[in-house]
Structure formats: C-alpha cells, structure tokens
Design a binder for this molecule. Structure first.
Ligand code: CAA
Length: 258
C-alpha cells in the first residue's frame, strides 16, 4: 500500500490517508487501498479504528478533482458508487471508528469523517461540502450523512452555500464531538479508542450496530433490533465477567470478546 497506511498498536488500528502532496485527496487508488485495508483488519485483536490524514495540514481535501474533471455521466455515477461502497463498509464496520480530523475535511474528506462513528478534530480543521461550486453535488454520502448528523437545515445551508466552516463552528453544530490543539489530537483519539477498546467487545459492537442500523428504521423495528442485540450479549463470558465484577465490587479483569 502506498496511499493508505495501516498500523496496529495493541487493540487500536490506525488508518492514515497518505497522499500529502495532494492534501490526501481521494483518487480511485486511495479508495481501493482503503477498501483493502478495511478487509484486512484483524477483528479478533483490533477493537477500535482511528482514521486520519498524513501531514500537518489536511485530513482529506476531497475527492480528486483532477481525476473527476474528465468523467462522463456514467463514469461520475460509478465513481460515486465506488466511494459510497467503501464509506458504507466503514460506516457499518463491526468495530467503532474515530475520525481524527487534522486539517482540511472538504467534500469527500468531510464525507469520510461522517462515515466514522465519532469525529474529533484539531483546531486548524476546516469542514465543508464545496461541491456545488465545482458544478457537482456531494457524491460520497454528504447529502445524506450531513443532514442526519447536523439536521437538514444546517446541512442545506452548508451544501447549498458551499461555505466552509472552522473547527469551533463544527463543534457548535454538533459535527464534531471535541476540538483539540493540533499536537494533542492523536493522543486524544488514542485515549478515546483505548477506552472503547477496554469495554466488552461484543457489547460495544452490538451497541454500534443498534445505533447505526436503528437510525434508519421506524422506532418499533429499531427497538426490536435493540432487543435482539441486547439478548445476544447474555450468557457470554464478558457479560458474566462484567456483571460478576459489579456484584463482587471489583473491576472487570479484562474482556475476552467471547
Ligand atoms: N483534488 C485534487 N487535488 C487536490 C485537491 C483535490 N480535492 N485538493 C488539493 N489538491 C492538490 C492541489 O491541486 C495542489 O496540487 P499541486 O501542488 O500539484 O498544484 C495541492 O493539493 C495543494 O493544494 P493547494 O495548493 O490548493 O493548497 P492550499 O493550501 O492553497 O489550499 C485547499 C488548500 C483550500 C484545501 C485547496 O486545495 C482546495 O480548495 N482544494 C479542493 C477542495 C475541494 O473542493 N474539495 C471537494 C472536492 S469534490 C468532492 O469531494 C466530491 C465528492 O463529494 C465525492
């Protein structure tokens, strides 16, 4: 892999979009490599993923405008599907994902961050969906996920005006959970990932699935999904350890993902 890096430290995996000369813009090769890396994650050991960008300046500055500039309608649609397929894989990834947004998160970059479960950003981060200024719509899920995360009112304003927003405004509208000084971002993301990774993995995965999938269902079906996932945690070693530790007034001695 050249354009996307993957490293594992303990139970935390970090995916880094690594095309700094183009501010980590998403060309087809980046999307292919990201897809392959997601397929290769060892879900037995890795319990949380961090997604970030190479360099000081950019998380991801969007889909690759040079590559898109000559596409036909059919090729444009196919490129949208390529991005959407990878981002759907990320959104439904079995373990939680944290976007550590270390600079520009524009167009496909904002969309990549929104396909993650949680967004943390550096104080130099800039978010936006500038596509209508380029003569296209957002194409990797931006019209859908932005509206779901910040509501249709603010999503329409951001997308239709194509105006970028800074980190503090991203926090104010609920697009990011927290803002950190640039050099503290990765440590904060790792701390959160470690906290997630320390909880009972079956329950963590089931909670993510219940939220992600339940949001698109009518409430009756959504709570039925929750019931199934709730039930699936019982009679597991981790449920016995978690509840046993509470009843015995001690800390759980470590969860085994069984
Ligand atoms: N695609 C391709 N190349 C890009 C790029 C992109 N999205 N963003 C930046 N680059 C390249 C630049 O072309 C430049 O390359 P060269 O050095 O070879 O000229 C290099 O990265 C550095 O960029 P700048 O010189 O422009 O850096 P800057 O600091 O002056 O500006 C910026 C930074 C404001 C992010 C500016 O680069 C920019 O506006 N980029 C485009 C942002 C954008 O419009 N993104 C949305 C793309 S469309 C999309 O994503 C569709 C979708 O939903 C799928």
């Amino acid at each position: 892999m050249e354009m996307v890096l993957y490293e594992v430290s303990g139970s935390i995996g970090t995916i880094t979009i690594n095309r700094p000369k183009a501010l980590n813009a998403l060309c087809s090769q980046v999307l292919d490599e990201l897809n392959e890396i997601l397929d290769s994650v060892d879900l037995e050991t890795v319990r949380c993923l961090i997604v970030t960008g190479s360099g000081e300046k950019s998380f991801v500055a969007g889909a690759d405008i040079a590559e898109m500039s000559t596409l036909t309608k059919e090729q444009g649609e196919a490129f949208g599907k390529k991005g959407n397929d990878v981002f759907l894989k990320l959104e439904h990834f079995p373990i939680p994902t944290i976007a550590a947004v270390n600079g520009f998160a524009l167009g496909g970059g904002c969309e990549l961050s929104m396909a993650c479960d949680i967004r943390l950003c550096a104080d130099n981060a800039v978010f936006g969906q500038p596509e209508v200024g380029l003569g296209i719509t957002p194409g990797f899920g931006g019209t859908q996920r932005l509206a779901r995360i910040v509501g249709p009112n603010i999503a329409k304003e951001m997308i239709l005006t194509a105006r970028n927003i800074k980190a503090d405004d991203a926090y104010r509208i609920g697009l990011v959970n927290a803002v950190y000084p640039h050099d503290e971002l990765m440590a904060a993301a790792q701390k959160m990932a470690a906290r997630i990774a320390g909880n009972a993995p079956i329950a963590v995965r089931a909670s993510k699935k219940a939220i992600t999938e339940g949001l698109d269902l009518p409430i009756e079906e959504a709570v039925a999904l929750e019931e199934k996932l709730f039930g699936s945690c019982f009679d597991t070693a981790d449920q016995k350890e978690g509840m046993g530790a509470f009843l015995e007034k001690r800390k759980p001695s470590g969860f085994v993902n069984k």
